[in-house]
Design a protein around this ligand. Structure first.
Ligand code: MD6
Ligand code: FE
Length: 201
């Protein structure tokens, strides 16, 4: 079942990566990185997050959900850059546009435990991810947490789509390799995931 995901290494060239980095920096100025916490326990995630687009993914004691506003500022999320919408048009094979772009920021040994992306109502659309900055090891398995996993390196400019049978596969980030990219001034890694949340009318 593994391996219906699509990995497009170095899909964005260095100019496109720099332009996207600058757009994300502006978004984070308007919608500052927040620290999500685990449902029920309230334990903080090690990754910090923001969002752009009409909806954003958030997590706190009340649970995982999409909402139109930033959890700390209560402002609407900034618009999704046209560059990301175009990437979706070019690659997603899905006529409706994405509604949420989750921005994950990794610094100093942050990991992302194995999870499924299943808070969306529409599982027919893929989840499209873009990596910027330091390299990371990513794993993708199957529909059960214990299914065998494949591991791959995600580097700056790589695009990855979880689609078809891999849409609900468990996946995560094992390790980020500090100092492997000069794209982000203070190092670290940014991952953007574009999602369709609601079913198109
Ligand atoms: C990351 N990515 O690369 C975490 N989810 O930092 C994800 O959780 C992810 O890369 C859905 C589809 C693609 C992804
Ligand atoms: Fe994910």
């Amino acid at each position: 079942m593994t391996a219906t995901f699509r990995h497009l290494p170095a899909y964005l060239d260095s100019a496109a990566q720099a332009a996207l980095r600058d757009e994300i920096r502006e978004i984070i100025q308007q919608a500052p990185l927040f620290t999500p916490t685990m449902p029920r326990t309230g334990k903080p995630f090690s990754v910090r997050m923001s969002n752009c687009g009409p909806l954003g993914w958030v997590s706190d004691k009340a649970g995982y959900r999409y909402q139109a506003t930033h959890p700390d500022t209560d402002h609407l999320w900034p618009a999704m850059p046209e560059r990301l919408l175009q990437l979706w048009r070019d690659l997603a094979g899905y006529s409706a546009l994405p509604e949420a772009c989750l921005i994950n920021f990794y610094q100093d040994g942050t990991k992302m435990g194995s999870h499924q992306d299943r808070d969306e109502r529409d599982f027919n659309a893929p989840v499209l991810s873009v990596s910027l900055g330091d390299e990371a090891t990513f794993h993708v398995g199957g529909l059960k947490r214990t299914d065998p996993k494949v591991r791959l390196k995600l580097r700056s400019g790589d695009v990855l789509l979880l689609e078809g049978k891999s849409r609900l596969a468990f996946h995560g980030i094992d390790k980020v390799f500090q100092g492997t990219s000069l794209l982000l001034k203070n190092g670290g890694r940014i991952n953007l995931t574009l999602r369709r949340v609601t079913c198109p009318a």
